[in-house]
Design a protein around this ligand. Structure first.
Ligand code: ADP
Ligand code: MG
Length: 309
């Protein structure tokens, strides 16, 4: 199959959203924009051997790619509209690609996005996904704005399962259905994100590790601020404590990454519009910016995933 047949067969679909005036198949797509809205746009890479195993199952590759990309829109409070997929494949033969494309399109329908363009090349497996979303003008929720008096809230799944699954992939732990699901089927918290517009003072998605992502909110805080977390308030993925013990389970939950829940600061007393969990509070600055049960975080913790490592 040549590149053009492959693109036609697997990637060209008629757009569902009327705002896509011209979809996939021309030199570029055309998307119309409501004048009261702003476009929210972001791009993410998934590289085999780096963000996913080298021999990566096609459905998992598709789900992680879309989950990760759309989670950035959720974190801005944006409604997703469209995605562009730049894909590099070791072979242009059907098989892997067939499964990848069907899962990809299935998830596009589920999350309400059109695949409006992309690029296809041959080489080591990797993908770059550009996501487009929209918010009413001025209502995007940013990382800036956390301040003392806020509570810290988590929206989305429990924590640490995706990190624990890395130990399964390494052969250090027997397989675990829920951990595998957290890793291979991340759920972008799109509805929660939209509902938190005008409610959250600051928001980020937990992709690199809760503590590391929290530090980004603290970097953009208004005035001096630090955060008091309470370990008993954290939603831990099932069986983490059984398999790893309390301390390691907490470390995985607080630093593991790939959780794709939303972490938001919300002024005390504000009504919370969707199901979430309060995990701590923001107080006036202290030397340690994050305190866990009143103590500094353990020195041995690597606070989150660093992609340049
Ligand atoms: P060009 O040479 O202008 O870049 P291409 O032959 O690369 O055109 O692509 C033809 C059309 O197919 C374009 O509309 C492009 O956006 C789309 N396309 C190519 N690869 C993909 C892909 N992996 N996913 C979605 N659309 C794609
Ligand atoms: Mg091209």
């Amino acid at each position: 199959m040549n590149e053009f047949e492959l693109i036609r067969t697997y990637f060209q679909r008629d757009p569902l959203d009327p705002s896509v005036t011209l979809g996939n198949g021309d030199d570029a797509a055309v998307v119309s924009q409501h004048s009261d809205f702003e476009t929210v746009v972001s791009v993410d890479s998934v590289i085999a051997g780096r963000h996913v195993p080298l021999m990566c199952p096609p459905d998992g590759f598709a789900a992680r790619l879309l989950g990760r990309g759309l989670s950035d829109l959720a974190a801005m409070g944006a409604e997703p509209q469209a995605v562009l997929l730049s894909l590099t494949l070791p072979t242009l033969e059907p098989g892997w690609i067939d499964h990848f494309a069907s899962r990809f399109h299935q998830l596009c329908v589920r999350f309400g996005v059109d695949l409006i363009g992309g690029d296809t090349t041959k080489g080591p497996l990797s993908a770059h996904l550009t996501v487009l979303g929209q918010v009413p003008k001025g209502s995007a929720v940013t990382r800036s704005g956390l301040k003392s008096g806020d509570d810290l809230w988590l929206f989305g799944p429990d924590l640490g399962g995706a990190r624990a699954y890395l130990d399964v992939l390494d052969g250090q732990q027997p397989d675990h259905e829920i951990w595998a699901e957290r890793y291979w089927r991340p759920e972008p918290q799109l509805d929660a994100g939209v509902s938190l517009r005008g409610v959250a003072s600051a928001m980020i998605d937990v992709s690199d590790g809760l503590c590391q992502d929290l530090l980004h909110l603290l970097d953009h805080a208004v005035g001096s601020a630090s955060v008091k977390l309470q370990s008993k308030l954290f939603p831990l993925c099932p069986d983490l404590v059984d398999r790893f013990g309390q301390d390691k389970a907490l470390e995985y939950a607080l630093t593991g990454g790939d959780d794709y829940c939303l972490l938001a600061s919300i002024r005390g007393g504000v009504t919370i519009p969707t199901r979430g969990r309060r995990i701590g509070m923001v107080v006036k600055g202290e030397t340690d910016r994050i305190l866990l049960d009143g103590e500094p975080l353990p020195d041995a913790w690597q606070l989150g995933w660093d992609h340049s490592r």
